[in-house]
Design a protein around this ligand. Structure first.
Ligand code: RFL
Ligand code: PHB
Length: 391
């Protein structure tokens, strides 16, 4: 088998890239380790920046998102129960975000891949990259007990943080930067109306909490927890009690409790590997960088990477120019680092750090009070939250 671009991974990065290349007439094949139900079933991102909304529209995949997604012009910060609103639309000259779950985005992308003929190989086991330093790279994998081979011009490593692509880059030419946070997020989905029509990010002395949603009838809530927490110790009743304590009496009075149908703990990490290209391998999305979820940047960064990568690859194949692919890593990383900074800052502002003392907490509260009183600080938060432009 031969193609121009072998894409490893059918998460948001791989699927969006596959669609962008197909639209431009560049051949690509996507290799995914799992099956469609698994990838689509993972409960992850909830908030789409304008870049992601624009891309859904550009690909003609926005009809259901426009119908079912929720446009948010504001978001809320709370400290010790007192909630204040950041009017993002007013502060940024009209920018908003869209609440539309990653699971819905994936469904739309998979459905369209079927009807438009974007080739995806599911259940591709033991994917391995070969000769990415040379002129004739290829990828091998196993399916149904048979070894398969795909020759290609370039490989796009879109296989997430635990994928194989990043590891194909020699350690000697790779630099990684990392911060592991000493806590995780315990997340719950429940078929109950959200407590607010927008999100609430809470700093509380017992730890961070986030009130989010998937629809007017489905809530997504998170609370900060320790990393050694056993999920079995978190009955629904205990979760709702702790959430309500942290949200404070006003927001808590609007919380509708109900049985959870998803409950997981996710660790928090900041991570970047540089460069995002080695030879004929290009990394995109979580394969190259991770942000803590505070600020909802992860999937949106995967999207901005593949928008840039698709432009570079299309230029390469259609105009026989190397300028775009040579500039890809630096261009993508410039935006990645700004999102890393925002996600790290927002995490630092809102979470309880077990190793820090009363002074650090006072600094958090002072900064929250400053944001509340300063339009300049609110503009800074708002323009980062809705997403920085692609340059
Ligand atoms: P993904 O989604 O991990 O997809 C990678 C795909 O590659 C496959 N794969 C392989 N395939 C072949 N061979 C191999 N050896 C392979 N190894 C892996 C995997 O099966 C998978 O299908 O990476 P991608 O495409 O870069 O997308 C990244 C996003 O999924 C991620 O950044 C977001 O989910 C992060 N995130 C959020 N992002 C937002 O933009 N807004 C949010 O509100 C938001 N909330 C979140 C989040 C992530 C969370 N968790 C659980 C990590 C909330 C949470 C709790
Ligand atoms: C979510 O709804 O899953 C969500 C929303 C905002 C975040 C992170 C996650 O910052």
């Amino acid at each position: 088998m031969r193609t121009q671009v072998a894409i490893i991974g059918a998460g948001p990065a791989g699927l969006f890239l596959g669609h962008l290349l197909q639209r431009a007439g560049v051949d690509a094949v996507i290799l995914e380790r799992k099956d469609r139900a698994y990838v689509e079933g993972r409960v992850r991102a909830g908030v789409l920046e304008q870049v992601t909304v624009d891309l859904m529209e550009r690909l003609g995949l926005d009809a259901r998102m426009r119908r079912e997604g929720l446009v948010h012009g504001g978001t809320n910060l709370a400290s010790d129960g007192e909630v204040f609103r950041i009017d993002m639309a007013e502060l940024t000259g009209g920018s908003t975000v869209m609440v539309y779950g990653q699971q819905e985005v994936m469904k739309d992308l998979f459905d369209a891949a079927e009807t438009r003929g974007v080739p995806i190989v599911f259940d591709a086991r033991n994917v391995a990259l070969h000769d990415i330093d040379g002129d004739h790279p290829y990828v091998t994998w196993e399916k149904g007990g048979l070894e398969q081979r795909l020759d290609c011009d370039v490989v796009a490593g879109c296989d997430g943080y635990h994928g194989v692509s990043r590891g194909a880059i020699p350690a000697a030419v790779q630099r990684t930067f990392e911060r592991v946070y000493p806590f995780g997020w315990l997340g719950v989905l429940a078929e109950v109306p959200p407590c607010d029509h927008e999100l609430i990010y809470c700093n509380h002395e017992r730890g961070f909490a986030l009130a989010s949603m998937r629809s007017p009838t489905r809530s997504r809530y998170y609370i900060q927890c320790s990393l050694d927490e056993d999920i079995a110790d978190w009955s629904d009743a205990r979760f709702w009690d702790e959430l309500c304590l942290r949200l404070g009496p006003e927001a808590a009075s609007r919380v509708t409790r109900g049985p959870s149908f998803e409950k997981t703990i996710a660790p928090l990490r900041s991570f970047v590997t540089e460069p995002m290209r080695h030879g004929r391998l290009f990394l995109a999305g979580d394969a190259a960088h991770i942000v803590p979820p505070t600020g909802a940047k992860g999937m949106n960064l995967a999207v901005s990477d593949v928008v840039m990568l698709s432009e570079a690859l299309i230029e390469h194949f259609q105009e026989n120019s190397a300028a775009g692919i040579d500039g890809y890593s630096a261009r993508a990383l410039a935006r990645v680092w700004k999102a890393e900074r925002f996600s790290w800052w927002f995490t630092s502002l809102t979470h309880r750090f077990p190793d820090r003392d009363g002074f650090d907490r006072k600094m958090q509260l002072a900064e929250l009070a400053y944001i509340k009183s300063s339009r300049a600080a609110q503009v800074t938060l708002a323009e980062n939250y809705v997403g920085l432009p692609l340059v």
